[in-house]
Design a protein. Structure first.
Length: 168
């Protein structure tokens, strides 16, 4: 996710690094997330409420996208009880639905990071780092929500795998 341009501002590198760390850690506690909260800098160049609201709106879109992807996955799995497909079809459908949802989570993290970078690039230089820091720190909430959704989907996937191995 991190660009290779030598002219990339430090705040953008930090934001992209934080976002990249969030994606592979879905389903696990992230030490980096805790470090980000503990090392949050409160510079004199604080982010205005208007900018905070705009950055938070990116997080809201992320949560809504994760909710939609999770709902679609659950609906797909629940629809299997109506059709009673054979095990191979059922298991492939469940795995595909869960994988699609998890990929959506990852894509949404990428999209959110890109949207934040676009927005932060429009700010005066003195506000860019604090805004990126605010976005990264508040992303921990979205990350936690994505972890819960991902864990729930993993449980569903595991349960159906156990049933398959047990011959049910």
């Amino acid at each position: 996710m991190s660009p290779t341009s030598a002219t990339t501002p430090a705040w953008e590198e930090k934001l992209r690094d934080d976002m990249a760390l969030s994606v592979p850690t879905l389903n696990m506690i992230s030490i980096q997330s805790l470090d980000a909260i503990e090392t949050t800098r409160f510079d004199d160049n604080r982010v205005t409420d208007r900018i905070k609201h705009q950055l938070i709106s990116i997080h809201i879109v992320s949560v809504q996208s994760i909710q939609t992807a999770t709902g679609t996955c659950i609906d797909t799995i629940q629809s299997l009880s109506d059709t009673q497909p054979n095990r191979d079809v059922r298991d492939a459908t469940i795995r595909s639905a869960c994988s699609t949802a998890i990929k959506n989570f990852s894509d949404q993290f990428d999209d959110a990071g890109n949207e934040a970078v676009k927005m932060i690039n429009l700010l005066p230089p003195a506000q860019q780092y604090p805004a990126a820091n605010f976005f990264s720190s508040s992303m921990a909430i979205v990350h936690g929500f994505a972890n819960q959704a991902s864990a729930g989907l993993s449980i569903v996937d595991s349960r159906y795998l156990r049933e398959f191995l047990a011959g049910n």
